[in-house]
Design a protein around this ligand. Structure first.
Ligand SMILES: [Zn+2]
Ligand SMILES: [Zn+2]
Length: 113
């Protein structure tokens, strides 16, 4: 699959080492970093290593989300969040501060029900 980048996307800049980040984990296709502007005591951003938005059909949704969730679960286990508890936050449409697809792994805040 072609890996597109968008010049003014901060995540694309981070992936290409044009902007700094605190890396938590990565594999060939996904990168996890600490959120510089955390919304919880632990706020890890997991993103594909290319610019893909919700409506992007270059990779089938089933394969994309399957691989994405495998990455997320690996990170939660490595960070011991599978013991401490965590919330996944995936925003869409107007609630997305950045259109580059990503999921927040949040932990350390009061539990939601
Ligand atoms: Zn991007
Ligand atoms: Zn976000």
């Amino acid at each position: 699959m072609e890996r597109l980048f968008v010049d003014d996307c901060i995540f694309c800049q981070i992936i290409q080492n044009k902007a700094s980040c605190t890396k938590v984990w990565e594999n060939d296709e996904y990168l996890a970093i600490k959120n510089k502007f955390p919304e919880a005591p632990i706020d890890i951003l997991v993103m594909p290593k290319w610019h893909i938005e919700k409506a992007d059909t270059r990779k089938s949704p089933e394969i994309f989300w399957n691989d994405f969730m495998k990455a997320i679960w690996e990170i939660t286990a490595l960070q011991k969040l599978d013991e401490d508890g965590y919330v996944l936050q995936n925003n869409g449409a107007g609630y997305n501060h950045l259109e580059h697809e990503h999921t927040h792994i949040l932990s350390g805040m009061p539990k939601l029900h």
